[in-house]
Write a protein that binds this ligand. Sequence first.
Ligand code: TYD
Length: 134
Amino acid sequence: VAGCKIIRIKTIPTVNAGELSFFETKRDLSFEIKRIYYISKVPEGVRRGFHAHRKLKQLLFCPYGRIQLILENKYGREEIELSDPSIGVVIDCTTWREMLWLQKDSVLCVAASDYYKVEDYIRDYQEFKEFIRK
Ligand code: TYD
């Protein structure tokens, strides 16, 4: 969906020694990173998320495993499977997100434009629907 951009994270392969991925503020991202967090040790089949942000911009990526993202914003609804460490999703408008762990121990990493602020969260789906209608 518009407002959520799938990007290729710069990735350097090596012969029989894996690959290395990286991104840099300004050069590869439209916002400055103030916070990084990651979600790990999640059993298969678990869903997390169920919220949107009023202002926060984020880059989501999955360096290990397989996670389905369900994204919804004023432009529509989309499902994206993250299973490639060199793929990221930039969310830069208010977007409801749910994440489904398709594989145990998959890791979801997030680079965010701001510090953790409780007041930036919308955790009620109806409130989110009203927010994007305005
Ligand atoms: P939450 O946003 O509910 O996780 P998810 O939506 O991915 O399932 O966050 C879980 C808890 O962690 C919640 O109590 C808030 C806290 N938290 C922080 O303290 N700092 C952070 O940067 C984040 C992302 C969460």
